[in-house]
Design a protein around this ligand. Structure first.
Ligand code: XMP
Length: 318
């Protein structure tokens, strides 16, 4: 019978044997899979695991600082790299969804490769790949795997991709990954986090991106997610987030007409992201959340709720 405790014990032994005194580099995303993979490797090889957590400027509000701090608290040998400006500059003026994805993938690889080169004699690249990532051609759960494919055509692999690969979670499903994390006493908040796409808020800001749009969406998203938590709805939802739409609409504030942005809230139930149903959130929750967003976030005067299921609508809007 499979148990998380036995899995941890066996995997740590295997990793010790396989890796010996070698150095390993791993990219942390803030998500469940890479975090659990890091903890397993940390147990096996300690300081020889070099974790890199990149801020692409498209994370949730305060996420980079909060999660980095949490990783440090877990004892991980982690380096936070704030590359926000590099990503946002590269994205300036780009509005096509695939072009945005490719740009983010390319910059991520450049940043990660630069960092990996700073580690002397690194031998392995660790990844938080889980079983569904192996069976689907494109990862739906995050990580750079999807973007790496499009980089292939640009000629020559970056050096970190020539490293030997170690993937301790390759045989597990998501719920098993969470149980493994729990058996290592990892924070339940971290283990219960919703999936979040690698390109982050970039694919929730429809069309071109500016720093101001990122800021607005971070504020809106934070209100939505905090309210889901305080209403005890967060864990009942598979994934939730807000989309910043490329339309302005007329509103009224006092005696003034406004002409400002519209955001769409989206919350779905799903087991694997391949199909999804929109969640029937309580009207009262939507009412309070909408009021709070419009009152607190300058530049937004309208909130709508997305009632489309997948298929045919995707979870993300881009
Ligand atoms: P869609 O929008 O295709 O999303 O219904 C399904 C799941 O995949 C996530 N997603 C991505 N994850 N890079 C990622 O790492 C991407 O480019 C990407 N696009 C979508 C999405 O958040 C959902 O969980």
């Amino acid at each position: 019978d499979w148990t998380p405790n036995a899995f941890v014990e066996e995997t740590v032994e295997e990793l010790k044997e396989k890796l010996g005194n070698d150095k390993v580099v791993l990219g942390l995303s803030g998500g469940v899979d890479s975090s659990v993979a890091a903890m397993l490797l940390h147990k096996a090889i300690g300081e020889n695991l070099y974790c890199i957590f990149v801020n692409n400027g498209l994370l949730r509000k305060n996420e980079f600082e909060d999660v980095l701090h949490q990783y440090e608290g877990m004892g991980l040998n982690v380096k936070g790299v704030d590359a926000s400006a590099r990503f946002l500059d590269a994205l300036a003026g780009k509005s096509d969804p695939e072009e945005k994805r490719k740009t983010i993938g390319r910059v991520f690889i450049e940043v990660f490769d630069d960092e990996a080169h700073l580690i002397q004699d690194v031998k392995w690249l660790a990844q938080g790949t889980i079983y569904p990532d192996v069976i689907e051609s494109v990862s739906a759960t995050g990580g750079p795997s999807a973007t790496i494919k499009s980089h292939h055509n640009v000629g020559g692999l970056p050096d970190f991709m020539k490293l030997k690969v170690v993937e301790p979670l390759k045989a597990l499903f998501k719920d098993e990954v969470r149980r493994v994390g729990a058996s290592m006493n990892m924070d339940s908040h971290l283990l219960g986090r919703h999936p979040f796409p690698g390109p982050g808020l970039a694919i929730r800001i429809l069309g071109d991106l500016t720093r101001e749009k990122v800021r607005i969406l971070q504020e809106v998203d934070a209100i939505f997610i905090n309210n889901l938590r305080s209403w005890n709805l967060y864990d009942k939802v598979w994934q939730a987030g807000a989309m910043l739409l490329p339309v302005n609409s007329v509103g009224v504030m006092g005696d003034e007409r406004t002409y400002e942005k519209c955001v769409a809230l989206r919350a779905v139930e799903s087991t694997d992201g391949m199909t999804a149903d929109w969640v029937n959130l309580p009207y009262e929750f939507l009412q309070k959340t909408s009021n709070e967003i419009i009152n607190k976030v300058k530049g937004v005067n309208r909130v709508v709720y997305d009632i489309s299921s997948k298929p045919p609508a995707t979870i993300e809007w881009e």
